[in-house]
Design a protein around this ligand. Sequence first.
Ligand code: AMP
Ligand code: MG
Length: 313
Amino acid sequence: MVRISVSEACRRLIDEEVVAIPTETVYGLAATLEASDAVQRIFVLKQRPANNPLIIHLAEPSHLVAYAKEIPPGTDALTAHFWPGPLTLVLPVVTNRVPEQVRAGLPTAAFRIPRHELTLAILRQVGPLVAPSANLSGRPSATTVEHVEEDFGDRVPVVEGGPCTSGMESTILAYRDGLWRIARLGALSAEELEPVLGYRPALYDGSHDSSPLCPGSLYRHYAPKAKLVLGREPYTGQLSVVIGYSDRQYPGASTLLTLGPSSDPDTVAHHLYDVLRQLDRMGLSAAWVDLQVGHDGLWAVIRERLNKAAVET
Ligand code: AMP
Ligand code: MG
């Protein structure tokens, strides 16, 4: 268990090492943009496919112009409203300004400014960082330092920044055919983006494209080792282990892991990955998940994560 200060993290990042950093969404595995060996090590550590690009984290919105080939309409309004925050923008870039391995060979790159004081302090000192989620590829994202350590042990030093306040990955927007589209659902809902864009961005399903809008969407994600059975009907004892809500009863369940109140999607999102990881910590092989919840806002995101987490290999 190696926990380091902000100044030690800066020193190590400048030395081209990989460091885990806190954000408001999930913990990230960071390297400086130009440290090609460290960036390569991130792919190896995570066992991440090389065709799944990395998000570039910036300190200031003005830094976008150093990389972007075009700034699509609406970019300034989005960054003014939501940065720092859980919004990632995919923009066409001047390709020789963003290393190819970061872009996974695409002509675009993804950018955001995270809302966490410790990581903002690091970004101001050492410049842009790539930082994919600090979990083994396919596993639930890490929302606490303990989660980072579950996946990487002492191979990666961590800046301890407390539990991630949101606990969901950022929403990724990409500009296609004159509109911003949601390439990955995330902490910022379509409803929250609507007043700023003047329209509600649609979810873009690029999974069948030859060049998908969000390559990460092709892979199994967020999954514990335990099998998840999604419960769209009331609980009648389908499995003895239940993932449910604190205001509901599950008569006959032997183990109940609660996500929070069924009226509070923020709390549910905040706890989701910890509860999924808890199944594995407890050595449980299967759980029934109460999916009788809403479809709007953050519930759409929670549903999508659970659907992906339940996919069997
Ligand atoms: P992670 O940081 O692990 O949550 O993953 C980052 C996500 O951003 C992945 O799903 C990537 O596919 C996506 N992403 C990164 N760069 C791009 C890009 N240039 N175009 C589309 N999606 C991207
Ligand atoms: Mg990830």
